[in-house]
Design a protein around this ligand. Structure first.
Ligand SMILES: Nc1nc2c(ncn2[C@@H]2O[C@H](COP(=O)(O)OP(=O)(O)OP(=O)(O)O)[C@@H](O)[C@H]2O)c(=O)[nH]1
Ligand SMILES: [Mg+2]
Length: 364
């Protein structure tokens, strides 16, 4: 099950433009069902040059990159938390995603109306943050009442729960996100089931003018400063340009990128950053049928990684035979890697490393 990121922001900031470009580019990227699943849900490939490198040594029928699900959520307006606009319905979509892509308008252009009348990314971020904080405050308030009641009747677990919720309440009352609270593992566990929106990680997407595709202008700088204070990241994307790029064939796209001094579409950078934000890494399987990237959280063990392919692989895990891309570059074939004693047999406790090329042995 691919992880999911939700595109959030004020109306008319370019969310759907970016979503459409992401899913169209993904569809061209590989022979994979990268496309739109529902009108507002798509699957995008996580670009990874290492797949091509593996393919230089191992011939295969198809190459499958890792994937992320992306959901385009309708614009949030001032008052959404109290049911304004499409209000709560959309907030409930955001509760379900693993991380948030917050699109902020940094492009001018009088022809596209701004709901607040002018371009001001920091004000816009604060408007969204306030609505999300208010929505969380409601969730926290309800849970806190309940936890306090149970705590009074002597329930220890509820007392611990009430203490964490109280900290969240203080934070949210100041319109600050729960993610910037320092929480230990136990506290995180308590909050997990609440699906608090402001506890989710955020990647800011600065939708820039065609005159500022590298994002060096003052508006993007403001967003960068803001993100830095929250230990977050910003990717500048020109929605208009990306949507043009996504419609081109590979050759034309490469020429257009080069003419603008860009090494890749901003959407590729965006997808990779989102992957990193989620604390994910890839390992590979490689054979004549397919070369494929699989997604695991950083710190996953070998059996857990096997479980991403199939739950039987995890249950019946015996061992993993692993080599690296460098081994492949040096020795050229798997049999040569083995002959050189470089094929490692790893057991149940092995912590997967980014880029491991793996064969799992299991019985069912
Ligand atoms: N100049 C310029 N216009 C853009 C850019 N990105 C999007 N637009 C325009 O802005 C308008 C709104 O874009 P959408 O992608 O529909 O915005 P949205 O955020 O999905 O809006 P809602 O779904 O209503 O919340 C459209 O007319 C786009 O063509 C950009 O980078 N530059
Ligand atoms: Mg839209």
């Amino acid at each position: 099950m691919a992880l999911e990121v939700g595109i959030v922001g004020l109306p008319n900031v370019g969310k759907s433009t970016i979503f459409n470009a992401l899913t169209a580019a993904g569809a061209l990227a590989a022979n994979y069902p990268f496309a739109t699943i529902e009108p507002n849900v798509g699957v995008v490939a996580v670009p990874d040059e290492r797949l091509k490198t593996i393919n230089q040594f191992i011939t295969t029928e198809k190459i499958l990159p890792a994937a992320l699900r992306v959901v385009d959520i309708a614009g949030i307006v001032r008052g959404a938390s109290t049911g304004e606009g499409l209000g709560n319905k959309f907030l409930s979509h955001i509760r379900e995603v693993d991380a948030i892509l917050h699109v902020v308008r940094c492009f001018g252009g009088g022809e596209v109306l701004h709901v607040e009348g002018s371009v001001d990314p920091i004000r816009d971020i604060e408007t969204i943050d306030t609505e999300l904080a208010l929505a969380d405050l409601e969730t926290v308030g309800t849970s806190l009442d309940k936890a306090e009641r149970l705590a009074r009747s002597g329930d220890k677990e509820s007392a611990a729960r009430a203490a964490v919720l109280q900290r969240c309440k203080v934070q949210l009352d100041q319109a600050k996100p729960v993610r910037s609270l320092e929480l230990n593992a136990e506290e995180r566990k308590i909050l997990k089931s609440l699906g608090l929106i402001t506890a989710k990680k955020v990647l800011y997407v600065a939708n820039v003018d065609e005159t500022d595709i590298h994002g060096t202008g003052p508006l993007v700088q403001k967003v960068k400063d803001r993100a830095k204070a929250e230990e977050g990241a910003v990717v500048p994307v020109c929605g208009k340009l990306e949507s043009e790029l996504s419609e081109l064939e590979e050759q034309d796209r490469a020429e257009m990128l080069q003419s603008m001094d860009l090494s890749e579409p901003a959407l590729a950078t965006l997808t990779r950053e989102a992957y990193r934000l989620l604390g994910l890494q890839s390992y590979f399987t490689a054979g004549p049928k397919e070369i494929r990237a699989w997604t695991v959280p950083i710190g996953a063990t070998a059996p857990q990684a096997a479980g991403v392919i199939h739950t039987d692989f995890e249950r019946g895990f015996i061992r993993a035979n692993i080599y690296t891309l460098d081994d492949l570059r040096q020795h050229k074939t798997e049999s040569a890697i083995k002959a050189a004693g470089k094929l490692r047999a790893e057991g149940r406790d092995y912590i997967m490393k980014d880029g491991d090329i793996t064969h799992f042995l299991f019985n069912v």
